[in-house]
Design a protein around this ligand. Structure first.
Ligand code: AMP
Ligand code: GLY
Length: 437
């Protein structure tokens, strides 16, 4: 019986646990400070995901067979290096390979060297130099904190003054602390975005089903950026030829450039792409599964997840024929706390329509949830505990079916001020409407 530790405690990590359990209910699963949904599948390890030394000692003592790292922060802090030093198989890149996400300046330089298409850029540490460059380039222009900023470090500016101010706030440390010490100023690209996850073994890569995230809080993609309010897969406009081109022109040269820097990438290399008039270009790389994209890609995966994770974690080569997908589509709707992505309350009482979630085509993934502390007796009440509270994935033969199930599920996650978008997948639906005779 295998023992597996999942590090992290959001919607993506609940989905990882769900898939592992679904594939093999005999697995013994553990998770760091699990949310209420994860706690039903995994035993709690009371350590923070970023306590890399604590986790390495715990994993050794518990003799786990595999550690799967969900979020970027522990990867960037060297959790996989610590585990490897103790010969514990771990899925995720080392600290030096995780720099592809943890330092946008590093990622841009790497792409330039490798000839990977991306927006033109310059990096700055001096506000006056950044300002002069922004004024010279003019709007629209994109200003990014180089370090990790929880998905909120990129500002697309339509006004020069807005860009100058954004760069100043980042460089002074006001906006993102140390993460803003280096600023990347980029050319603004235009086009539709998609997320592609590549399962990488250091030199080779297998692309998973492409998906599309919805980052803005409001319907029709309005309002401030969030961690992601919903996603769907697959995308009708992505052909096998297009994906092969993305693999050859974007993933393989990037992996090669990382090898040349002594930082081979093993794990999920996530490319955020924009389809520009000049072809696909990289908006950003991440070193992990996307959240909420994992909530649609993993439920469509028919192959056992461990068959993909174990070869990569144990340093062997990928089996390129090893991935099967179920037919149909998946769509996930994120239910968020009132006020999110600004400040929001925690500890709101939640009610779930359990009967609805017994439908195998309506999957409830918890994100920010917790159980009320109880001295004794049964489990305490379910409470909100974060900005993104849950993601409800609908599955179906068509995207319409998947959406209807997802929305029914989102309505069945009840708490005061619960907020969700009803238009996830709108680009795909307008595409198919336009294409209908
Ligand atoms: P990032 O944190 O780099 O993923 O950026 C967040 C979002 O900002 C992206 O999903 C894009 O919508 C937008 N963005 C980032 N860089 C650019 C760019 N160079 N041109 C246009 N939009 C961008
Ligand atoms: N959904 C965007 C991300 O995971 O970074």
């Amino acid at each position: 019986m295998k023992k597996i530790l999942v590090v992290g405690n959001g919607g993506r990590e609940h989905t990882l646990l769900w898939k592992l359990h679904q594939d093999d209910p005999s697995l013994r699963l553990f998770a760091t400070r699990p949310n209420a949904g994860m706690a039903e599948l995994a035993q709690e390890v009371d350590l923070a995901p970023t306590d890399v030394d604590g986790l390495a000692s715990w994993a050794q003592g518990a003799e786990v067979d595999l550690v799967v790292v969900g979020p970027e922060a522990p990867l960037a802090s060297g959790l996989v290096d610590r585990l490897s030093a103790r010969r514990i198989p771990a899925f995720g890149p080392t600290e030096s390979a995780a720099r592809i996400e943890a330092s946008k300046a590093f990622a841009k330089e790497l792409m330039d060297d490798a000839g990977v298409p991306t927006a033109g850029y310059r990096t700055f540490t001096d506000p006056a130099a950044a300002e002069a460059h922004i004024r010279e380039q003019g709007p629209p222009i994109v200003v990014k904190a180089s370090g990790l900023a929880a998905g909120k470090g990129a500002i697309v500016c339509s006004q020069v003054e807005e860009a100058v101010e954004a760069a100043r706030e980042m460089l002074s440390g006001e906006a993102f602390g140390d993460a803003g010490g280096v600023v990347v100023v980029e050319e603004c690209m235009e086009g539709e975005e998609l997320s592609v996850f590549g399962l990488a073994d250091g030199t080779d890569v297998l692309l998973l089903l492409p998906s599309q995230d919805h980052k803005r809080v409001g319907e029709r993609d309005t309002g401030p950026n969030t961690g992601g309010m919903g996603a769907y897969a697959p995308l009708s406009f992505v052909s096998a030829e297009f994906l092969e081109e993305v693999r050859r022109r974007i993933f393989l040269p990037t992996l090669e450039a990382l090898v040349a820097r002594g930082a081979p990438f093993r794990g999920i290399l996530y490319a955020g792409l924009m389809l520009t008039e000049e072809g696909p270009k990289v908006v950003e790389f991440n070193c992990r599964f996307g959240d909420p994209e994992a909530q649609v890609v993993l439920p469509l995966l028919d192959s056992p997840l461990l068959d993909l994770l174990i070869p990569v974690a144990s340093g062997s080569r990928l089996d390129a024929d090893g991935v099967r997908w179920r037919s149909g589509a998946a769509l996930t709707t994120v239910v968020a706390s009132p006020g999110y992505p600004g400040s929001y309350p925690n500890g709101l009482q939640m009610e779930l329509d359990q009967e609805l979630f017994s439908d195998p085509e309506i999957l409830l993934f918890h994100a920010g949830t917790a159980r009320e502390e109880r001295g004794s007796g049964g489990p305490g009440a379910l409470l909100t505990d974060g900005g993104r509270v849950a993601a409800v994935t609908g599955l179906g033969e068509t995207l319409e079916e998947a959406r209807d199930r997802s929305l029914r599920g989102a309505e069945a996650v009840r708490f005061e001020g619960a907020n969700f978008r009803r238009d996830i997948g709108w680009r795909e639906f307008s595409r198919s409407e336009a294409e209908r005779p």
